[in-house]
Ligand binder design. Sequence first.
Ligand SMILES: [Fe+2]
Length: 214
Amino acid sequence: MERKELSESKLAELREAVRPYLKPKRYLHTLAVEEEAARLGALFLPERVNALRASALLHDITKKDDLEKQLQYCAEFGIIYDIFDRNSPKIFHAKTAAELARRDFSDYVDDEIISGIRWHTTGRAEMTLFETIVYLADYIEKTRDFEDCVELRRFFYDGISDPAADRRECLVRTMVLSFDMTIRQLLSDGAPIDGDTIGARNRFLREAAEFEKK
Ligand SMILES: [Fe+2]
């Protein structure tokens, strides 16, 4: 799929088009993720800011759908799932949203925008910078008041505001902390941990170790 460079007016159109897919509270969250993705994009991937914003606008479009609907999407789009997905709507929605975005929003998406949606919940070992930004924007956007989110937001912005800081290192350390928090939470809930999440943590941990050597 060809890369999409979305104009400001196209983004405004998309912002209205996604509204019916989201409950009012999640719509506000979605707008905040768009804003955060723009901020992070300006720091790390300026040439893809509008694509990041599109990915943010679409990342939760199937979150309100129940299990029956999620399974319907799986059948329709040929999505493979396992018993963990069935029990974890949180993980399910990233898979179905990516495919629904491809079908319903084909004018607005490209492969990178789709993969930002696909990996925004679990992460993965091969996470790209684009996927990393969508993931982190979802975690630290300004309306999140869950303790871990507040802490992670502070950790990242404290780090990045230090003029001597290496931006990339700050991002990598923030990602390690985010996966630590997520995995700790899953353990305390007795919930399964997706293999992709473990892979993602290891990948950023490895990169963090590289900075130590320097
Ligand atoms: Fe979200």
